[in-house]
Design a protein around this ligand. Sequence first.
Ligand code: PMP
Length: 365
Amino acid sequence: DPIGSSVQLGDLPLRADLRGRSPYGAPQLDVEFRLNTNENPYPPPPALVADVTQAVAEAAVNLHRYPDRDAVALRTDLAAYLSASTGVALTTANLWAANGSNEVLQQILQAFGGPGRTALGFEPSYSMHPIIAAGTRTEWAPTPRRADFTLDTAAATRVLAERAPHIAFVTSPNNPTGGSIPLDELRALVEAAPGLIVVDEAYAEFSSQPSAVTLLAEYPAKLIVSRTMSKAFAFAGGRLGYLAAAPAMVDALLLVRLPYHLSVVTQAAARAALRHADATLASVHKLASERDRVVDALRGLGFQVVPSDANFVLFGQFDDAPATWQAYLDHGVLIRDVGIPGHLRVTIGTPAENDAFLAASKEIR
Ligand code: PMP
């Protein structure tokens, strides 16, 4: 046994509000087909790998020095990418970056949430939102979506106005259900909310809807749009998330970020990967058409599939979703039980991976 094994978690002076909670836990299992964490299934092209390698080698010369605390060059590159893809003229001061959008979201709650403050989410949605709220001692206010997982915007605006959370998360496209929110409905939510609205656009590149970035000029004191390089950019292992907001929002996050949070290596690798954005993002169209193929095939097999604007689909209806999840695993296909009764979520993979998933689906159904 490791040294210290005689001590149990319950023996430790853990904060009372963290007792009995479960950590985020998508299983990382060594199976042939891993379709459970919404990654891009296409590995980085050799030219990107070569550029990242060279950029890291050049950066390694300075590993004895702390990195640029404010990651100015990286934020400038991210501003260029986001401006080009949304048509909104963003500058370095509008961008902020951290180790994955999870860290971005945590910094937002550290600065704007915390004890005595409330964050609201429209559930089911991304499971880390309440976990980050708990970690920052922000009260969590779950608000249900419709039974078909769409957002009832009229009801949502009323809840935002009445409950007046300090922060509300709007995930678009929504994980794990896949649908996105039209811009006019998003505007209605921002209008109704007395507090901040964080639009989590982790899957935006897969969506046909315009980005909430287009609303930033109208609502600079209320709106934050968070993004990530983990999905469409095929950079999940690189850990780089970012946000777009008014410069003052970034000033607020500087108060809570740890100094030098983005390593020299991360900044260099992310900048190199961004230079290959066109090549990486070419996979988005392939994945979107594979998604449509998988949806049609699942429906053809008699499954119910929730319409998706992302690189994953939620499907059912199962009498026992955990047992069905296990049946997929027994077929060598790892998908996700997101805790929604009767449903499972599958990430869209390569055509071969999707074929394996569909073949398993045919047998499991
Ligand atoms: N937001 C949503 C909606 C997500 O699904 C994810 C990843 N599962 C994230 C944020 C965080 O991803 P990352 O920290 O890799 O940017």
